[in-house]
Design a protein around this ligand. Structure first.
Ligand code: ATP
Ligand code: MG
Ligand code: FE
Length: 339
């Protein structure tokens, strides 16, 4: 079975072709990061216009890399939410047009279920059930994955997502965009114990997160340094902030495993690229004898390979989209179409 997948939910225009769900035949991604850097964040209208300009050539390049013709593809998988509505619509309309013209099934995919599925590509032996810690630009979720298409959210952020906190704090520190990789890099030179930033919701007994207080604490710290005329040690602030985030994520992920009895943790989303988070989780999980999976860097941030993999399992479970499906900017994890 060959899956052609399209992803345009945010600022990456991506296409991939997979064989039998987990084997990547070819993948292409055009990232708009340079385009949005001037603005310090993704500008939705700029993103959708650029997807429109690039989508056809990204698909053509992917087919060329795979040395395949469109007719050889068995179905078309596409992200239909969550994300920016204008950006999503470009990929979705393209996928509909392809499915209609080729008379092949259209398989709608949830972007976050795609992030989780990136791990199936990277780890051929990985199977549900497991707990997934999804940490991305827009999400911080603990998800119980009981089979390939069943997702149960057991914890989530009440305000900012982890990636959002990284990006905002990086901006206040005068670091580049996107902020996550910048903080990761700068923090290596800093002392993570230098500043004692708050760890929210640790004693709450729930698996939810909150990062907006931490973001304010960093701002307050910087302001008080400035008022007192004290020098700001950027690496120390970055390292201390990062430690606060990764410590909370690790503790809650361990709690989720304990509560549910699952023995595997699967890390997913752009923040899964964070080196401190990987190290901290790895140490904690190893101590308890749990298995730990995370994707390689190119499969952490947005790509179409992950959408193809999730799409394949959706297709196997009977999920289908028709020509009337719409982009859903705030699509909930676990909602399924055509079942
Ligand atoms: P969502 O998947 O929730 O819709 P998104 O697609 O915009 O949001 P991703 O592409 O999955 O998000 O991830 C981007 C986020 O990952 C950004 O916030 C970025 O700063 C963060 N990120 C990337 N690399 C790192 C890193 N090494 N450390 C921390 N954060 C990182
Ligand atoms: Mg992106
Ligand atoms: Fe994403």
């Amino acid at each position: 079975i060959y899956t052609l997948a399209i992803e345009t939910s945010c600022d990456e225009t991506a296409c991939a072709i997979l064989k039998n769900g987990r084997e990547v035949v070819a993948g292409t991604v055009y990232t708009q990061i340079e385009l949005h850097r001037t603005f310090g964040g993704v500008v939705p209208e700029v993103a959708s216009r650029n997807h429109l300009e690039k989508i056809a050539q990204v698909i053509d390049q992917c087919l060329e890399k795979a040395d395949m013709a469109l007719q050889e593809v068995d179905h078309i998988a596409v992200t239909y939410g969550p994300g920016l509505v204008g950006a999503l619509l470009v990929g979705l309309s393209t996928a509909k047009a392809l499915a209609f013209a080729l008379e092949k099934p259209l398989i709608p995919v949830h972007h976050i279920e795609g992030h989780i599925a990136a791990n199936y590509i990277a780890h051929p032996a990985l199977e549900p059930p497991f707990i997934s810690l999804v940490v991305s630009g827009g999400h911080t979720h603990l998800v119980e994955v009981t089979d390939y298409t069943t997702f149960n959210v057991i914890g989530q952020t009440r305000d900012d997502a982890a990636g959002e906190a990284f990006d905002k704090v990086a901006r206040t520190l005068g670091l580049g965009y996107p902020g996550g990789p910048e903080i990761d890099r700068v923090a290596r030179e800093g002392n993570a114990q230098a500043i004692d930033f708050p760890r929210a919701m640790l004693e709450s007994g729930s698996l939810d997160f909150s990062f907006s207080g931490l973001k304010s604490a960093v701002l307050n710290y910087l302001n008080s340094c400035r008022m007192k005329g004290e020098a700001i040690n950027v690496p120390d602030v970055a390292a201390s902030f990062q430690a606060a985030v990764t410590e909370i994520l690790t503790i809650k992920a361990m709690e989720a495993l304990k509560e549910t009895g699952h023995k595997q943790l699967v890390l997913a989303g752009g923040v899964a690229a964070n080196s401190d988070l990987r190290q901290r989780l790895s140490a904690a999980l190893q101590k308890k004898g749990y298995a730990f999976y995370y994707p390689p860097l190119n499969l952490c941030t947005d790509n179409a390979e992950m959408i193809g993999c999730a799409g394949y399992y959706n297709a196997m479970a009977g999920v289908r989209g028709d020509m009337y499906i719409n982009a859903v900017p705030n699509l909930k994890i676990g909602s399924k179409m055509g079942q």
